[in-house]
Write a protein that binds this ligand. Sequence first.
Ligand SMILES: *[C@@H]1O[C@H](CO)[C@@H](O)[C@H](O)[C@H]1NC(C)=O
Ligand SMILES: *[C@@H]1O[C@H](CO)[C@@H](O)[C@H](O)[C@H]1NC(C)=O
Ligand SMILES: *[C@@H]1O[C@H](CO)[C@@H](O)[C@H](O)[C@H]1NC(C)=O
Ligand SMILES: *[C@@H]1O[C@H](CO)[C@@H](O)[C@H](O)[C@H]1NC(C)=O
Ligand SMILES: *[C@@H]1O[C@H](CO)[C@@H](O)[C@H](O)[C@H]1NC(C)=O
Ligand SMILES: *[C@@H]1O[C@H](CO)[C@@H](O)[C@H](O)[C@H]1NC(C)=O
Ligand SMILES: *[C@@H]1O[C@H](CO)[C@@H](O)[C@H](O)[C@H]1NC(C)=O
Length: 915
Amino acid sequence: MDWLIRYHQELKCLLIVLMLGILHCQGVKVSFAPLNLEMFNDSYQQRLSVRWSVSENAYLSGSDIIFHAQVGRDTQMNIIRNETYISKYSDAENQFTWFWDSDVPLECYTHFVRIRGAPAGDELPEWSPWSQWKAHYGKENLRAKPYIFPHEKIVQEGTSVNFCCIPGKNQKVAKFFWKTWYDAPANSNGTFDFTVHNVSSTKAGGANVICTTTNGIHITMRGTVLFVTKPPDEPTNMSCETQDLKTLICSWNPGKKSNLDEDLAPNYKLHEWFSKKTKLCSRSECTWPIQKNQNIYNFTLVAKNQLGMKSVSILVDATQRVHPLAPTGLELQYINATNAKFRWTLKADYTGLLLLCQTELQMNNHHVEWRNITVMGKAPTSFYTIALDRLQPYTNYTMTLRCMAATHLSTWSDWSEQLELRTHEDVPTAQLDIWREVKSSENGRTVTLYWRPFSEIYATGYIVFYNVTWRRLYDQTKYQSRVVHPPQNTTQLSIDRQAYVIHITAQNGAGISPPSEIRIPNDDEIRDNGQIKEGRVNGKDGGIYVSWKPHPANYHGYVVEWCNFPKSQHCDLQWKKFNSSVASDVIKSGAFNPGVRYTFRIFGSNEEGEHFLEKKSGYIQELACSMRMRITIDGIQADMLHLTWDPYQRYTCQEGFITHYRIYLKSPEGNCQMKGSTELPLTDGKSVCMISINDTEKKSFSINPLKPNTKYEIAMAASTGGGESPLEFTKVTTQPDTAAVIIAIALPVIIVSIMLLQLLLLGYWKRQWVKNMCYPDIPDPNKSNVLSFPTLKEHEEKVMVPRNCVVQKIEIVNQQKVEEVEEVQLSQAQSKEIEKLSCRSEENDCANVSSSLDDMNSAGLLYQTFDDPINRTQPSIYLEFFNRNYCGTPEDAFEILTSQGYQPQREIQPTVMPK
Ligand SMILES: *[C@@H]1O[C@H](CO)[C@@H](O)[C@H](O)[C@H]1NC(C)=O
Ligand SMILES: *[C@@H]1O[C@H](CO)[C@@H](O)[C@H](O)[C@H]1NC(C)=O
Ligand SMILES: *[C@@H]1O[C@H](CO)[C@@H](O)[C@H](O)[C@H]1NC(C)=O
Ligand SMILES: *[C@@H]1O[C@H](CO)[C@@H](O)[C@H](O)[C@H]1NC(C)=O
Ligand SMILES: *[C@@H]1O[C@H](CO)[C@@H](O)[C@H](O)[C@H]1NC(C)=O
Ligand SMILES: *[C@@H]1O[C@H](CO)[C@@H](O)[C@H](O)[C@H]1NC(C)=O
Ligand SMILES: *[C@@H]1O[C@H](CO)[C@@H](O)[C@H](O)[C@H]1NC(C)=O
């Protein structure tokens, strides 16, 4: 054993080395395999949590370990999840947890989980062996009875939800229901899942989801409820205040009401951070007791449901956020004409708090006035008082009151109840506004006095009577007086022609008003005698603008007087007083109407009284005359119509000042040629003539030139600033033109007569010559000078050039085409003339014709006009002089024209005429 003792040291060393080696080897083979694997389920969340540890001291504390987890589903062990997960290792807390959220309810299938581990950081981790599969059993294999999962789930709008139906023993799923029924596939066997997509908000009680299962004979039904909602809205406008300084009342706007019943709707909890207290609240309000030693409160309000939570925080100073209670027991303590005193209570202890109170005074139910006062807070049993001055005498008031703490975050209390009160009467301080109208009467003058009752503001009491006193201006000793009771506001006095002074006072229960004075100048001073010309005034700004010539040296003021109802017997005399610096005003009255003429009389005031200065009239707005103008047509001629109209028409038009007249004339042709007229188109395409007459004094007018024997329609309108009066057309027909008719009938008769006379005279005077010409002693018409033909070649046109008889008057006729020739381009009238002159008729004899021709020769004027037609038609004209059997032949004519000699009884061949 010596060697053993001797090598003890060495052995010892070897052992240590060996042990270290073993220890080292043990360290290298450290396993990251999960130990103590546990699994938990959260059925509602469809979540599996897995918890495990690793072997202790296996690894350096603070280093990362990577785990690989797999989830298998069903007995086929399909891997449905494959995830790595890195976690820090710590000696102290050797525990790892991994969650997995299932897409289908955990009850639907059996799930298996296994995990392995490795040190993190390696590119190819050296994995530990897998843990054993840990199973979480579903109900799919139980099949004792049918199931449907998930059970009563609450989900968010728009999500998708997976359901599964597990049939009972020997059953299969037949149908399922979500909003409507669906058939399960025929080959469905065992667990059946289906998904509903994009679910929408349900009713408060949720929506049913149902499966039916069948064993071929019986049908079984299984149902569940799905709730679809939203996370809570964020509460807005949260505020806290105290009414009594004992509790804080916090309120907020919770947003839209939940679609689900109260137990599933969001709940509201108020947390206070200083006291660390939490309180469950109603949907929109919470009360919080105020602690004696705590003024500041740090609140967080949390609204929460199964889908989420929202929170808001506020910091509240309870002494700042005071919303006092409404004042109570408001009562009147004292009142006179202008002052009143009230008291009230506040049913909370505001001791130490400065209160600002506001009174609202409503006067006679319309005018409202607010007044502020400050009071010190008191114990709930004490009275607060307030005194109000500057009230209107004899006025009904409705008073109410509210208060707030004099801090900037305080809010007004509600209004107290209303208190009705009436101030006492007071002596009137205002003078009556008075005016007068003076008229001469048989034995002096009549003065009508008018006054305006005090307006509400100045009526400091009930007016019992008006006291009217009057006396001569320069005789102070004698005066008369008269009492007038309201509501009368006028009285009539008879005075002589001296200057007078009149006073009027108003008496109420408290006293007499200061007197109003008006002076009536002596009779000579009154000069409203029609010498004053009436001026015109115009509407402006809804009233009538009246101006006058200022005489500031003579008068200390002016009065404008008018009638509100000038057409009515009770004209309602009105007046307005001005000081001497004013020379114009827009007079307004609610009684003014458009189309009514108002007359304003302007008076100047001096110490003798009022003197009439000017008179003006006008309209707030002129209208068109409503009356049609009546016209009289008192002169009808062929080319002219003479109209007159009532010269007083302008006074019967009440609606405006007539500025001009207009005459409208419709003629059948619908056009308009008169000088100074304007043509206005009518809708029917015709037009009407408009003649303006700018002289409104004019009373008559002649319209010309017109056409004779024509039907015209005439109307007349008066124009004012408001437009034209309505039109009424009168029909009138102009005279026929007698002179023209006479001329038309008489002239041809006269001309014919003269011509006949001339013919007769000529015939007589030249009878020897005619005789020679037409039937000489040896009658040979060919010898006649009348028949002188130009040289004719064969097949050429023959032209006769008469010599003594005027050529143009002879009709040249184609022998074969007599009819044609007759039509040669002559107007009917011309042809007729020619017929008359060219004795071509079979019956005519030459004597007749020749004399006729001769006549025409001397009456050169008449047939001059026929030159042209004949000349123009010459080429196509052929001659047959009279009757060829009787007077001669064309050949004769040829001979005559060639020889220019007299060759009686020669025949002219008709054949020379070209076809
Ligand atoms: C889930 O866990 C609960 C207990 O938390 C248990 O009663 C239930 O049976 C479990 N569900 C399944 C499917 O294992
Ligand atoms: C699981 O994931 C690992 C690594 O991420 C991969 O190597 C493996 O092939 C996956 N297995 C399955 C079954 O998806
Ligand atoms: C919040 O309060 C303010 C003022 O009091 C108001 O104008 C606003 O409409 C309120 N908002 C909501 C969401 O109630
Ligand atoms: C109120 O509480 C919140 C939450 O604790 C905190 O963040 C905040 O600073 C507090 N405010 C005050 C003024 O103390
Ligand atoms: C009364 O007090 C309120 C609140 O301070 C203020 O808005 C108002 O102008 C005051 N009224 C008068 C008449 O002073
Ligand atoms: C006077 O009284 C009558 C009748 O009440 C009223 O129509 C008229 O306007 C009053 N006149 C004045 C000037 O107030
Ligand atoms: C009206 O006034 C006159 C003059 O001041 C006075 O003498 C008279 O007594 C008064 N009448 C009444 C009824 O007060």
